[in-house]
Design a binder for this molecule. Structure first.
Ligand code: HEM
Length: 256
């Protein structure tokens, strides 16, 4: 005698999706209607950053080139590789250079880790500058997004700051002389130049106080600033109604 198998795929799916555990995690049905689609967006930790409705134009890869998102990914990757580098690096003038040489020659995947961080930093600078150029080219700096443009300018300065402070940390000849030139240039600023130079160096010349300050700025203050400002930046994109390209369409819809 053959027992009839009542459990086919659709009845199993229905059973799972009606279970209490499933409904406690997903608060909506399968997104095949406008209401469930909206609920998917608003109840998801990442999707809720997106407006519920976005225009086709703003999703076109050729419009934003994804440069803002790519800048963010570069920052996340730099944070992860930077945290791993902290296991091998001591910010002391007697150890810094040797630590980097040891990391490159003796630590498994050390060279890869260092290069991922170094090239990632160059890439982030390029991406952020290109993102700024894209925003300017598409006129997305105009009201109501002028505040976000200003936040962006601070993000650009922090990105440059992260690169500059990271440059000293290997404590090799290139780093030493690059920072000598960089901090001397800062000293020539007509207002507050000397104060800025003293603040960065913790004295009048490059030594342990400068290394300590550059390290603290590089691994804590600047990344924290970038993380906080990026949160405000993304929140502002959302509050300003998504990307600027949608404004014209929304205006047309409003006028009927
Ligand atoms: C750490 C650096 C930055 C990150 C992570 C970042 C991230 C983002 C993201 C994810 C978006 C939305 C999607 C996109 O346009 O690709 C965006 C939009 C925007 N960003 Fe940035 N950004 C950064 C730097 C800047 C800079 C330097 C500026 C300009 C000075 C800027 C101005 C803007 C503006 C005005 C928008 C709205 C664009 C529109 O409506 O079309 N951002 N940003």
């Amino acid at each position: 005698m053959q027992i009839e198998n009542k459990w086919n795929l659709s009845s199993m799916t229905a059973f799972v999706t009606r279970s209490r555990v499933w409904r406690s995690i997903f608060r909506h049905g399968w997104p095949d209607n406008p209401l469930d689609r909206s609920l998917v967006m608003t109840s998801h930790i990442f999707f809720h950053l997106h407006p519920v409705k976005v225009s086709r134009k703003s999703l076109r890869a050729g419009y934003s080139l994804g440069l803002g998102v790519l800048s963010l990914l570069a920052f996340v990757s730099l944070t992860i590789t930077g945290m791993l580098l902290m296991f091998y690096y001591t910010p002391a003038v007697e150890h810094a250079y040797g630590d980097i040489v040891q990391l490159q020659t003796e630590t498994p995947f050390g060279q890869l880790l260092r290069n991922m961080h170094r090239w990632g930093a160059h890439l982030m600078v390029i991406l952020v500058v290109l993102h700024l150029a894209r925003v300017f080219y598409t006129g997305a700096y105009k009201p109501p997004r002028q505040f976000n443009w200003v936040i962006g300018v601070f993000l650009l300065l922090l990105t440059f700051g992260a690169s500059f402070t990271g440059y000293l940390l290997p404590w090799d000849q290139l780093a030493y002389w690059a920072i000598t030139v960089g901090t001397s240039v800062a000293g020539y600023a007509p207002i507050g130049g000397d104060i800025a130079r003293q603040f960065l160096l913790g004295g009048t010349e490059i030594g342990q106080p400068a290394l300590t300050r550059f390290y603290a700025l590089h691994v804590f203050f600047i990344p924290l600033g970038i993380a906080l400002l990026t949160s405000v930046h993304l929140w502002r994109v959302r509050k300003d109604g998504g990307l600027a390209v949608q404004d014209a369409e929304r205006e047309k819809e409003r006028k009927g």
